[in-house]
Design a protein around this ligand. Structure first.
Ligand code: PBG
Length: 332
């Protein structure tokens, strides 16, 4: 009798070639989507202090970043806009010459092969920072839907391949699908932020997008972090309403939700590895407390392993650059 079992798991861990041969999950640049923040003007590059490596850019500079994204083989870009003026109902969000609409037109003209996804929400555009129109201090769901329809229509008209509603209003996927179809944009896909949690991990994003609510929070619209079965209900609803792809956000703290939504629907699932998750790694790495590149790669691998087909990540470019420099194979 051998003193150990016949199956020795360590046999496949001995060399990198053996580890590569038995690796279950891969991450490649094409799996990653890069978020970009558009501001008005020309030649503008404004660093976001809480997210090293992330900048607000005017459309001309954003085009350069998008060119790099395409040449690195990234799976697309996700655009957010910071308006010139904010008002009660976020009207620049659905203006034909809004900053996202302008950036999308430029990207589709110069880089037709790049996948362009736009965030559909009002919080960056409203003076109060909430995701829709307010009534008695809370977002009025049904009064917000027509405005979201206008946002999505102007994005589609500018040429967006995919619109991604992140507002969490009930019924917004059906409302957007109906408006897009009626407006002649049946081919524009919807990536629904299906399970978007009321998360503390969005903090740095709110600096980047200048979208922190001036009072209260988003808990009346976004999901309670304690709930996973509710995410499955949201996913079924979005599929029934006509969503083409589903997003879970945040990603790293919600891997079980990614797994369940994928298993329950079989739809393409995106994980949004959000600003706070990125900033935590960057901050610890700056102090020398963890190895930044290894931690970032591990996070991306684990989000893919949980079942995400695509990962929205602020680290997408650095990942692809390092991959281009050193060949394939995740080294954790
Ligand atoms: C809302 C929106 C938010 C994020 C993406 N879309 C912020 C929020 O809900 O408060 C957060 C993304 C991130 O933290 O990286 N338009």
């Amino acid at each position: 009798m051998p003193s150990h079992p016949a199956y020795r798991p360590r046999r496949l861990r001995r060399t990198e070639a053996l580890r590569a041969a038995s690796r279950e999950t891969s991450v490649s640049p094409g799996d990653l989507v890069l978020p970009l923040f558009a501001v008005h003007g020309a030649g503008v590059r404004r660093p976001v202090s809480s997210m090293p490596g992330v900048e607000q850019t005017s459309p001309d500079e954003l085009l350069r970043d998008a060119e790099e994204a395409l040449s690195l083989g990234l799976g697309g870009v996700l655009l957010f806009g910071i308006p010139e003026h904010k008002d009660d109902c976020g009207s620049e969000g659905y203006a034909d010459d809004g900053v996202v609409q302008r950036a999308v037109r430029l990207l589709k003209r110069e880089l037709p092969d790049l996948l362009v996804i736009t965030d559909v929400c009002l919080c960056e555009y409203t003076s109060h920072g909430h995701c829709g129109v307010l009534r008695d201090g809370d977002v009025d769901n049904d009064a917000t839907l027509p405005l979201l329809q206008r946002v999505a229509l102007t994005h589609a008209a500018a040429g967006a391949d995919v619109v991604a509603p992140s507002d969490m209003m009930d019924g917004r996927v059906a409302a957007l699908r109906g408006a897009l179809d009626a407006g002649g944009f049946a081919g524009t896909a919807i990536l629904s932020y299906t399970a978007k949690y009321a998360s503390a991990f969005y903090g740095p994003f709110r600096e980047a997008a200048e979208s922190a609510p001036s009072s209260g929070d988003r808990r009346s619209a976004q999901m309670d972090p304690a709930n996973a079965l509710e995410a499955v209900r949201e996913a079924r609803l979005d599929v029934a309403e006509g969503a083409d792809m589903l997003m879970v956000k945040p990603a790293l703290a919600y891997l079980d939700v990614i797994h369940r939504v994928k298993a329950e629907t079989g739809y393409p699932v995106f994980g949004y590895h959000v600003s706070g998750e990125y900033a935590m790694i960057e901050a610890a790495a700056q102090r020398g407390w963890i190895d930044g590149p290894r931690a970032h790669e591990e996070a991306l691998t684990c989000i893919r392993r949980a079942g995400a087909d695509r990962v929205v990540s602020y680290y997408a470019r650095q990942f692809a650059r390092s991959r281009a420099g050193r060949g394939a194979g995740v080294r954790i």
